[in-house]
Design a protein around this ligand. Structure first.
Ligand code: TYM
Length: 328
């Protein structure tokens, strides 16, 4: 059985973008692969976090994974900082990762732009991500479109390490959904939907109340043409809503265009809102049952133990390949 690894940052409540681009595919893949899904809290601290909010978000993300349909009997679900091999391998990989490569990462450029003080962890963030993936002999990494460049770097680092020291790392493949890999902001549809957006109306949180979801979709930016048609260049707002509608219902974009031919944006937006609510509401109900349950801690304990076992073996090989420590 091939192995999958993916992670999500506990840096705020997940958005519909995180769900459609990542979580939803995780659920589909759990039957076919040996899956490791991680709550990457060490990635979250590359930008300032409130201590208590971070703790709360870690648990909340674990509950959201499960509420979305992740089955803890099938996958290994764990918190990154509870498996210390991640930062240890990241340090080794930093020794073969060039500063120039890291400075070219678009996410680094975006996040550091205009900041007075940028943490060095923000720069070396992709090296930690490479360590996450490589520790588990990962074959496939399901992610949204924005992680492509980080995955390319991971592949390069694995190849460089294998070539320079010893052939120990599996070279992972990226897996991006055909539709929904980049859900855009509802207010600025040329920008990706992000949980760190200061404009609350730009994103739908997975825990937004149905009324809030409806309001946000109704106020989504479209255009003055009044025609429901997919045209990313000229109609980014409508195209984004069509994408969301299609991924939530499984209906093709063409069939949705036909369904709304001759109708206005009012009807169309109501349809999008209903589709999103029907996906998120059952997840929200399950989330409420899980968030304060003891079960959650037990699942994460078991996950960390299992992940440490695999990660420990890979780290040992990497240290040996590089010559760290003593021969015993
Ligand atoms: P993060 O936490 O920003 O996002 C988690 C996942 O959601 C996807 N995503 C989106 N997909 C579609 N449309 C959007 N608007 C959207 N926004 C986010 C992301 O592509 C991602 O798949 N660096 C990663 C976390 C990470 C990781 C890893 C991922 C750390 N280590 C190892 C894979 C493997 C991140 O910041 O994701």
């Amino acid at each position: 059985m091939q192995t999958i690894f993916s992670g999500i940052q506990p840096s705020g409540t997940l958005t519909l973008g995180n769900y459609l681009g990542a979580l939803q595919q995780f659920v589909e893949l759990q039957d076919e692969y040996d899956c490791y899904f991680c709550i990457v809290d060490e990635h979250a601290i590359t930008v300032p976090q409130d201590r208590l909010a971070l703790r709360k978000n870690i648990k909340s993300l674990a509950a959201l994974y499960l509420a979305s349909g992740i089955d803890s009997n099938k996958v290994t679900l764990f918190v990154q900082s509870e498996v210390s091999e991640h930062t240890q391998l990241a340090w080794i990989l930093q020794s073969i990762n060039y500063v120039g490569e890291l400075e070219r990462m678009t996410q680094y450029k975006d996040k550091s732009k205009g900041q007075e003080a940028v943490s060095s962890a923000l720069l070396t963030y992709p090296t930690l991500m490479a360590a996450d993936i490589l520790l588990y002999n990962t074959n496939v990494v399901p992610v949204g479109d924005d992680q492509k460049q980080h995955l390319e770097l991971t592949r390069n680092l694995a190849q460089r390490f294998n070539h320079r020291f010893n052939d120990i790392f599996t070279i992972p493949e990226i897996r991006i959904p055909k539709v929904g890999a980049r859900i855009m902001s509802l207010q600025e549809p040329t920008k990706k939907m992000s949980k760190s957006d200061t404009n609350q109306k730009g994103f739908i949180s997975m825990l937004d109340e149905p009324k809030q979801i409806e309001r946000k979709i109704k106020s989504a930016v479209t255009d003055s043409e009044g025609i429901v048609k997919f045209d990313k260049e000229n109609k980014p707002g409508v195209s984004n809503l069509l994408t969301i509608y299609s991924v939530c219902t499984g209906e093709s974009i063409e069939s949705l265009e036909q369904k709304y031919a001759g109708k206005g944006y009012g009807d169309f937006k109501q349809g999008v809102a209903d589709a999103v609510i029907s996906v998120l509401k059952p997840i929200q109900d399950r989330y409420e049952d899980l968030i304060d349950s003891e079960e959650l801690d037990l699942i994460l304990d078991k996950g960390a133990e299992k992940a440490s076992f695999t990660a420990g073996k890979t780290l040992k090989k990497a240290k040996k390949a590089v010559g760290l420590g003593r021969v015993r």
